[in-house]
Structure formats: structure tokens, C-alpha cells
Ligand binder design. Structure first.
Ligand code: ZN
Length: 184
């Protein structure tokens, strides 16, 4: 298992639409190695989600786990470890909710992003079994952020007020930001 370099905004791989896996490929040894590397990289970075394109693999795969040990999101409670192949998102409630998002590919910066509050995600798990989950609140935002990576989008594309893009160092000095659902 090996930690991989995380690509940063500006790398063209982050802007590609990633390709699908077939079932046989999901179960292959190569994919098991890729997944181990992704979990190592995510844990080392102290993040809560990582998409394969972020380590240079333009394929429809993301992993997510909220952890109460995350340094970046210390208030998050530990969730199931999700391994998500070939996801499809269905919006169930298009009422928007906003969070201060960050991204391992855009280090040191946060921005305020509004996304649909309730979604369904259909995907294949690491055993190539079909799964369908309904998500609300913070986890719904995390899934939408990660799955955006699989269609070449970054959260900065979804920031409606560019004035909310801020360096984390500066945010800590702003009282009004801390009152408003700061993700960390
Ligand atoms: Zn990201």
C-alpha cells in the first residue's frame, strides 16, 4: 500500500469525465491495489473523501468516510466507509443547503457552496454489487463534492459568490464565518 501524490487544481486530469468500470475490473487485483492506495492517501491527508482522478486515475471511483479523527473536519462523526464505483445521482429534494467546502486538490482554501439537500446515489460497491442509498445534510454534500470529481468538476466551479473563496488561515479570524455552518 502506498500513499499517492494528490493532483492539484490546474492538472488537466481533474477536468476529464472519468470512464466507467465493468464488473470484472472492479473485482480485479489492480483495482484492489488502487483502492488500498486511495485509502492510504485519504487517511494520510486527514480528509473525508477522495476520488480516483485526484491521484491521476480517470475512472469512476470515489471513497468517502467521515471520521471523528479527521483534522480537517473535527466535528464530523464517523460514518460507514463507502467505496463507490460508477455512481448516478438522483436529486430527491432540490432545496439547497450550503457548507464551507474544501478540497485536497485545492489546498488551504474554502468556499461556500450550495447543493441539493437530499439525494439518492445508485452505485456499485467493492464486490460489484448494486447499492442505492438516500443521503441528507452534510453527507449529501460530501457525496456530491466527491462525485463531481468524476465529471471533471471542482467545488470552486459551484461557488456562487466568488467572494466566499478564502484561505483557511484568514477564515479563522472571521467571526461571521464561524457562525455559519463552517465544515471544520
Ligand atoms: Zn475534492
Amino acid at each position: 500500500m502506498t500513499e499517492q501524490r494528490i493532483l492539484k487544481m490546474g492538472n488537466p486530469i481533474l477536468r476529464l469525465v472519468a470512464s466507467n468500470f465493468d464488473n470484472k475490473e472492479i473485482l480485479s487485483d489492480d483495482t484492489k491495489v488502487l483502492l488500498d492506495n486511495m485509502w492510504d492517501t485519504l487517511r494520510e491527508a486527514g480528509g473525508i473523501g477522495l476520488a480516483a482522478p485526484q491521484i491521476g486515475v480517470s475512472k469512476q471511483l470515489a471513497i468517502i468516510q467521515l471520521s471523528d479523527e479527521s483534522e480537517r473536519y473535527p466535528e464530523a462523526e464517523t460514518s460507514e466507509a463507502f467505496t463507490i464505483f460508477n455512481p448516478k445521482i438522483i436529486v430527491l429534494d432540490d432545496e439547497l443547503q450550503g457548507f464551507w467546502e474544501g478540497c485536497l486538490s485545492v489546498p488551504g482554501i474554502r468556499g461556500y457552496v450550495e447543493r441539493p439537500k437530499k439525494i439518492q446515489v445508485d452505485y456499485l460497491d467493492e464486490l460489484a454489487q448494486s447499492r442505492s442509498i438516500i443521503l441528507e445534510d452534510f453527507l449529501a454534500a460530501v457525496f456530491q463534492h466527491e462525485l463531481d470529481h468524476l465529471i471533471g468538476m471542482l467545488y470552486v466551479d459551484r461557488v456562487s459568490d466568488i467572494g466566499t473563496l478564502m484561505f483557511e488561515d484568514e477564515m479563522k479570524l472571521l467571526d461571521e464565518v464561524e457562525d455559519d455552518q463552517l465544515m471544520d
